[in-house]
Design a protein around this ligand. Structure first.
Ligand code: NAD
Ligand code: ZN
Length: 443
């Protein structure tokens, strides 16, 4: 009582059970029906109903029984906080403080017994539902964290393999069946690299691909998992800040084509995602700044300064923020569009630079400046945390790229901006205003 179950459930209430089924299945419901039949859908459906149980519910053996295989999350909040929230209310079991504290103590052992996961707050609940483990030192527990019992193929990039590969191999122990290396950087996201990986893989359908590396590794290895044998399980272990807070969250996997980035891919939600913020200690500063651009973006959208938090919390909050949106909109048909804050401008700058010399993080930082200015907001945060310098690109080329952007519908540029009540998508502004802000980003 008073732990915040109801408000958390309300927050999760935005999560539609069908969407949860789609996330768990990694495919639209219609496709699940066609491919695996209604029974498969019902099984997943049974697993994805979110229930807020009253504090006394699990004292009943029948309820405990009914919970069966359900993921049971204990929202563990200290007794003082709970009492603060319920005292003076008309709840019958919250009239006497001593009795309330006694009840709290009595029930803890039972909760610990019933729970699969202990959550401190709503973010922990989201992470548990999304299957994301955020914990310093998690890499060392990888063997237990990868779901199932089948063999594992470890896929990493050469740099990360040299730094963290041995720890991953030791943690996987006897489950490790094969190791593979992708080429470094975007080279991993090519058909050539994928072709080699597909041909080298020996796993059968009981196997799991573990992707250890930055966003390029998780994107490419994730797509290998989505396509090899028509799709097998995978567990990303993101090692860069970009991958931890963005690329490895949300189930999108992809490789590039000569015509553009991320043009071939699949939605393939991992059974578990293992995020170890301790791995960021070996990340070079410029790569960290790349990730901070997405952390600042998430914080602006959430209206909370995630960027001020120490690493472990900064990662946990940013991951939970993105995961909640992706659970509610697994196939990017609606709400997920808010994650494009600053990105319409960023993509235009990257395209104008021919994807050379302007990193995505720097382009996003500049794009956030433009989005904030057009939203009538202060830009101090972006300037202080990301220190973006204007880019040297052709103005006309950038403008044309912006007009071609995929979010252009009916000839209008649709932007994500921050309104008084939160993010707004599909905002259309006079072209002269948009072009003026784009121009300010160019040296
Ligand atoms: N799927 C999605 O939703 C999504 C979202 C955002 C970005 N992405 C993709 O992610 C990619 C960019 O990811 P990235 O910025 O991580 O690039 P990356 O994978 O190339 O990693 C950047 C560099 O950091 C190194 N590195 C990574 N972790 C390290 C560590 N712990 N210690 C030392 N070095 C480390 C890598 O070896 C590499 O040299 C892009 O291809 C982008 O399209 C995908
Ligand atoms: Zn981005």
């Amino acid at each position: 009582m008073g732990a915040g179950k109801s408000s958390t459930a309300r927050e999760l209430g935005g999560i539609d059970a069908d969407d949860l089924v789609e996330s768990a299945a990694g495919k639209p419901i219609a496709e699940l029906f066609r491919g695996e039949g209604e029974a498969a859908f019902r099984t997943l459906e049974e697993q994805t109903i979110v229930l807020a149980l009253g504090g006394g519910a699990v004292t009943s053996p029948a309820v405990r029984d009914a919970l069966g295989d359900a993921l049971t999350i204990w929202l563990d909040v200290d007794v003082d906080t709970c009492w603060e929230r319920v005292k003076g209310s008309d709840r019958p079991l919250a009239q006497d403080e001593a009795a309330f504290r006694r009840l709290y103590d009595e029930r803890r052992a039972l909760y610990a017994d019933v729970a699969d996961v202990v959550a401190r707050d709503a973010d922990d609940v989201v992470l548990a539902v999304a299957g994301v483990q955020v914990e310093r030192g998690a890499l060392r527990q990888l063997g237990e964290l990868v779901p199932g019992e089948g063999p594992v193929a470890l896929v990493s990039d050469p740099q990360v393999a040299g730094i963290h590969g041995m720890d991953a191999q030791l943690a996987l122990g006897s489950r490790l069946a094969e190791t593979h290396e992708l080429p470094p950087g975007e080279e991993a996201k090519t058909l050539t690299a994928l072709d080699r990986l597909w041909q080298e893989l020996r796993l059968d359908r009981s196997g799991t691909i573990v992707a250890l590396g930055g966003g390029c590794t998780t994107d490419a290895a994730g797509f290998a998992a989505a396509s090899y044998l028509r799709g097998i399980a995978w567990t990303p272990v993101p090692t860069s800040l970009v991958a931890q807070v963005d690329a490895a969250i949300g189930g999108k996997t992809a490789i590039d084509l000569p015509q553009g980035k991320n043009l071939v891919g699949a939605f393939h939600w991992p059974g578990r995602t293992v995020v170890d913020p301790g791995l960021l200690e070996t990340l070079p500063e410029p790569q960290r700044l790349e990730g901070m651009a997405e952390v600042v973006k998430a914080g602006l959208l959430a209206n909370e300064p995630f960027w001020e938090l120490p690493d472990d919390e900064l990662v946990r909050r940013s991951v939970a923020f993105k995961a909640a949106i992706c659970l509610r909109d697994p196939h990017e048909r609606g709400e997920r569009a808010v994650l494009n804050l600053g990105h319409t401008f960023a993509h235009a700058l990257e395209a104008a630079a021919g994807y050379e010399g302007v990193t995505h993080g720097r382009a996003v930082a500049l794009g956030l400046l433009a989005a904030l200015r057009l939203s009538g907001r202060d830009t101090g945060v972006v300037e202080e945390v990301l220190r973006p310098r204007p880019v040297r690109v052709d103005r006309e080329r950038a403008w044309q790229a912006m007009r071609r952007d995929k979010k252009v519908r009916g000839g209008e540029i649709r932007l994500v901006l921050l309104g008084p009540d939160g993010p707004q998508t599909g905002v259309v502004l006079p072209e002269t205003d948009v072009r003026r802000e784009l121009d300010r980003l160019i040296a």
